[in-house]
Design a protein. Structure first.
Ligand SMILES: *Cc1c(COP(=O)(O)O)cnc(C)c1O
Length: 380
């Protein structure tokens, strides 16, 4: 029987408390379990402790995947998954705008593994087609993108990949499985930084990979060699946090649309980037492949406003790195997440110095609006 999203969030992947009948999962902290003589002996670095094993079922069910694994960070998940399907001599095509850490991994590490790569506009069929080589094994996408919320046409990319016998991998961190399920659209492997929406309270670093049994077998054999497993205390906290994933993300998505409309009507804002707005150039595409538009948006502050005074003027909304928590946060991509790009690269990507990235939390939008209005006047 198909369970509803909230029921999956609350109940899938619970560890049954057979001793006391407690309502929540007991936390098993053992690193040593009775040896069963099989390859599958329980050991946390084999990603199969009771809590790790059960939590991966929750993530797999949410992503409509056959199987999943939980990692110590989003980057551990991304790098392990990539190196599970790529080997020396292979080529990978990546979307131009991806998370900075992923880009750094590609640029700084791939060469020494003998893996070639091309960054392209994956929505541009001729660019994608001309990047394709006989050695291409993987196309890597991230949608909506950071920080300008561009939407990748998932169906078009996966169709192209399947026609050419190439695997696809999607970073689903921004949308979360509540708003987008890439596997249902033909993507082979989904990865997450669970540090963001899955954790949702800015107190966990974790990651996840979800795919078919066959691919996850390969991911597992790399994962136990690389050793990027997640400690069971954090596994437990992540399972507890994910019980409210649908409630949180639904409220964040509703709030983000309200805030996007508010900002679009503000004289202090030149442009708002949010796939839920009709003014977003890919609004129709977003509508066709997303179940909700998510809690992330960005906006260009008007040149009359000073961005650092704007940040200082915010009292409720915090100016911090990271995203996806229940609390609203902002940052300057130029100064933080995209500071390693050259000014020319930022310009080419459309990242202006007055761009503000806004991770909308679950607070009341009336309070968020008041905070923004105050900060706008402080910034003049
Ligand atoms: C944060 C983030 C990552 C990296 O995750 P960590 O948990 O910090 O390792 C990857 N992709 C996206 C889209 C992110 O926002």
């Amino acid at each position: 029987m198909q369970k509803g999203l909230n029921t999956i969030c609350v109940h899938t992947g619970e560890v049954e408390d057979k001793v006391f009948g407690g309502a929540v999962s007991p936390m098993y902290l053992s690193t040593a379990y009775e040896y069963d003589g099989l390859e599958t002996s329980i050991y946390p670095r084999y990603f199969n402790s009771p809590n790790q094993h059960k939590l991966s079922e929750k993530i797999a069910e949410l992503e409509k995947a056959e199987s999943a694994l939980i990692f110590g960070s989003g980057m551990a998940a991304i790098t392990t998954a990539m190196l599970s399907v790529l080997r020396s001599g292979d080529h990978v095509i990546l979307q131009n705008q991806i998370y900075g850490g992923t880009r750094n991994f590609i640029v700084e590490e791939c060469q020494q593994y003998g893996i070639a790569y091309s960054f392209v506009d994956v929505n541009n069929w001729s660019e994608l087609n001309s990047a394709l080589q006989a050695e291409t094994k993987l196309i890597y996408i991230e949608t909506p993108s950071n920080p300008l919320l561009e939407i990748t046409d998932v169906a078009a990319v996966t169709k192209f990949a399947k026609e050419n016998n190439v695997l696809t991998m999607a970073d689903n961190t921004f949308a979360s499985p509540i708003n987008q399920r890439p596997i249902e659209q033909g993507v082979d492997i989904v990865i997450h930084s669970a540090t963001k929406y899955l954790g949702g309270h800015s107190d966990i670093t974790a990651g996840a990979v979800a795919s078919t049994h066959d691919i996850m077998k390969k991911v597992f054999s790399k994962a136990k060699n690389f050793g990027g497993s997640l400690a069971d205390q954090t596994v437990w906290l992540l399972e507890r946090s994910m019980k409210t994933l649908n409630l949180r993300v639904s409220q964040q998505s509703n709030n983000a649309l309200v805030m996007a409309e508010f900002l679009e009507n503000s004289e202090h804002v030149d442009k708002v980037y949010y796939p839920g707005l009709k003014s977003h150039p890919q609004h129709e595409l977003a509508k066709s492949q997303m179940l909700g538009f998510g809690g992330m948006l960005s906006f260009d502050l008007n040149e009359k406003c000073d961005i650092s005074r704007f940040f200082k003027g915010l009292k409720l909304i915090k100016n911090v790195l990271s995203l996806g928590g229940v609390e609203s946060t902002v940052l300057s991509p130029e100064k933080t997440s995209h500071s390693l790009l050259t000014p020319e690269e930022r310009k080419a990507q459309g990242i202006k110095s007055n761009l503000v990235r806004f991770s909308v939390g679950i607070e009341d939008t009336s309070d968020l609006k008041r905070d923004l209005r105050m900060a706008f006047s402080e910034s003049l």
